[in-house]
Design a protein around this ligand. Structure first.
Ligand code: PMP
Length: 440
């Protein structure tokens, strides 16, 4: 009797029931998704910056089916042919001497694994990450995350001990006249923080090569080179969080390659399978792998490197290799030019920034030059940037929100076409006009 009452439809309510999400997505095809009424939307956020190969790619779905028919699961403590082949693929595409692969399930867990590895080989307790960053929401990775919105949610719930924070290389964090000066000031600041933490106690610096959900911000030229020098000088590992920026999102296999800098560890997730199945992991420099293998590190997760996910990743990498990264790189400048045109014409746009197919349109009140609203200051405040996204959705294009929600993130699948870019940017322009009533 009690169970019957609990299952009464009027009582059942779950996390995913929300009144502000009017569409239920049920199908997808390349850069388009469809809701349960058959309405099409251009997916200009690749769901969560992860469906890099677009939706319903037959090569990837066939690989998943084949693996499921052969053997869906093999213990993560045993060898499996698909998993081994994928590890080889990842070692091949990773820059320089990065070659040792450790699988995880989510980006958060990949970052936690990287921290465990860094702390083990360096025998040091501290890691440094930057403000305005996102590295995950689990207990450990939540502590690495430096964006204020997430931190507000995770306050007293994340493992923040052993994590120091430094300022991102953003213009409003420093007083620089040129990008070169900004790079220098921001890198000097990292060195200052490192010295004050006691470099011997610092295992690693963890950073996104291009800030992801915090606003698609690339570093000024020369910043990452200096960061590499600082890491070498103080014997600190450089961890590149490539959860968003990996697998062609920024024009290369990994975002750090657009900076021509060699990290010690890369963490990946999302695009590795084009989000067709959950998979994540760490690629470590060969010497780190050797130390880990010869030591007492003996950890793993049941579903880490799940064969079905590995089959999806193997196929996705083949799709990227067969020209999709190149195709995305070719269309990216067109997306940038269309967004820059909006920036010139709308004074509610503070800045447009990004790289490859990861862009942020950052809004600010032209009267005050301040962001319209920071939701972590007043979660209930009317937020015109959220309205812009809703208006764009009404016009058939989905964009991302990012943290803080003062921006529209633009990150279509790599298979996006110029005409889809036109359609999406036109929808954004019409949405901005509907919300702000201006088009200068
Ligand atoms: N790192 C970065 C840069 C991310 O953007 C994210 C998620 N958006 C994560 C880590 C965490 O990944 P996951 O949600 O798969 O745990």
């Amino acid at each position: 009797m009690a169970n019957e009452r609990l299952k009464d439809e009027s009582v059942i309510k779950h996390w995913y029931d929300t009144d502000d999400e009017p569409i239920t997505i049920v199908e997808g095809d390349d850069a388009t998704v469809y809701d349960d009424e058959g309405t099409a939307y251009l997916d200009f956020l690749s769901q969560l910056y992860c469906c890099n190969a677009g939706h319903s790619n037959e090569q990837i779905t066939a690989a998943i089916t084949k693996q499921a028919e052969r053997i869906p699961y093999v213990s993560s403590a045993k060898h499996n042919d698909t998993r081994s082949r994928l590890a080889t693929d990842l070692a091949e595409i990773a820059p320089g001497s990065l070659s040792d692969v450790y699988f995880a399930i989510s980006g958060s867990e990949a970052n936690e694994t990287a921290i465990q590895i860094a702390r083990t080989v360096q025998d040091a307790p501290t890691v440094l990450t930057r403000w305005q960053s996102y590295h995950g929401g689990t207990y450990g990775a939540g502590g690495l995350t430096g964006d204020p919105g997430t931190r507000k949610t995770l306050e007293r719930r994340a493992a923040t001990t052993g994590v120091g924070k430094f300022l991102p290389p953003l213009p409003d964090a420093f007083d620089a006249e040129t990008p070169e000066e900004l790079a220098e000031q921001a890198a000097n600041h990292v060195e200052f923080v490192l010295r004050n933490e006691d470099p011997d106690s610092v295992a690693a610096i963890v950073t996104e090569p291009i800030g992801g959900t915090s606003g698609a911000y690339p570093a000024p030229p020369g910043y990452f080179e200096r960061l590499r020098e600082i890491c070498d000088k103080y014997d600190v590992l450089l961890v590149s969080d490539e959860v968003i920026t990996g697998f062609g999102r920024c024009g290369e296999w990994f975002g750090i390659q657009t900076e021509d800098v060699q990290p010690d560890l890369i963490t990946f997730a999302k695009g590795v399978t084009s989000a067709y199945a959950p998979l994540a992991g760490v690629i470590a420099d060969a010497w780190i792998g050797e130390e880990i293998r010869s030591g007492s590190y003996d950890l793993g997760q049941t579903f880490a490197g799940h064969p079905i996910s590995c089959a999806a990743a193997e196929a996705a990498i083949e799709v990227y290799r067969d020209g999709l990264i190149e195709q995305g790189s070719q269309v990216a400048p067109y997306l940038e030019s269309r967004l820059r045109d909006l920036e010139e014409r709308f004074d509610v746009i503070d800045t447009v920034r990004g790289r490859g197919l990861l862009w942020s349109v950052v809004f600010a009140d032209p009267k005050t030059n301040e962001p319209f609203v920071h939701p972590w200051v007043d979660g209930n405040a009317n937020n015109p940037v959220a309205d812009v996204r809703s208006e764009a959705q009404e016009r058939g294009t989905l964009f991302g929100s990012g943290r803080p929600d003062t921006q529209v993130i633009v990150a279509p699948p790599l298979c996006v076409t110029r005409s889809e870019i036109d359609e999406a940017v036109n929808a954004l322009e019409a949405a901005m006009t509907a919300v702000f009533g201006i088009n200068e």
